[in-house]
Design a protein around this ligand. Sequence first.
Ligand SMILES: [Zn+2]
Length: 387
Amino acid sequence: MGIAARYLWAGLALTLGACAQSPPPAVVAQSSTCRTASVMLAFDFDGASQAQCAVIGERAFTVLVTPEHAPPINPSPWYAFRYEADGAAPVSVTLRYLGGSHRYAPKWRSGDVARNLPVTVSDNGAEASIELPAGKAVVTAQELIAPSDTRADLLRWSKMLRTAPFTLGRSHDGRPIEAIRIGRQDAPRLVVLMGRQHPPEVTGAIAMQAFVDALAERADALSAVEVQVLVVPMLNPDGVARGHWRANRGAVDLNRDWGDFTQPETRAVKAWLDALPESVHPALMVDFHSTARNLFYVQGDEASPAQARFLAAWLGGREKAFSGYPFTIEPRNANPGSGTAKNWFHASYAIPAYTYEVADTADRDAARSAARELAAGLLAALAGVDR
Ligand SMILES: [Zn+2]
């Protein structure tokens, strides 16, 4: 380890020690640029990681991948940087994880060319080594879907639906929490779709994008069965833009804040729901995430008979129906005080409320295709059940 790296570790240990006793918000490490005569690594774009970089040699670097606040934190070590390398020789980068271990296979993108990079992971998962080809490219833990990309989706849906996106509220950093509505706004049954509470959970965002596409194409059919949909695809824009592993800018896991509503992002959704006319009622909530496997967390034996019938109508028996996208249905009773959106929507409105979890490694096309099928199936289930 070179002098720069030693200095970095010492400084970081001090920072973490201090953070453990300080109130949030806690930014552990500032991003930095690494530069040699022929190579530059930078962390200067929305979604770039909270990382520090050390020069090990002319074409060798260590990137220290650090969480946004002191551990404990959910082990979703996000990393993202760009590089420019003159000459022809490859550049070696070692990702060194602090407070987590290797989880995401590195994605390399240069213009329209994208692929996974081979990676060598240490036995304990604390380090991952990659070789970068010379040239200019971006390396990210999962595909980069920044707030501006989601904004582009909202504008695309807005054109399809001839309705404008609107702002529910603002994040700590002042970024808008944007939404769009599908279907007639006086339709009495409201489906709430949310995404990106947890910044690195990009496969959930990929599924949500396809799911919303399919619903937007069926806006008239939704209206015909008296359903409208609220879509909030980017609930934690600060966390995404800052390359967080889990939390928002307030160092809070937003999916533990439903009930307490200490954070502006969750409060924005709550305030909008509270302002609905009495003729409109939430009927279903689906919250998109990522984890190790494809699954749906649903209500356990606390579900009412009507909720159980809805589950059977929408997801029941379809676990192996989609090519390349098998999933499981995992009933979980609410753990009192857990503060997840799933539990809060179920408890507050007595409605089905599910967490739609997509595997980190899910085949992207299969996840999109299954999401489109599940959206079509949702419309059928809403048309047929408990009208
Ligand atoms: Zn999550």
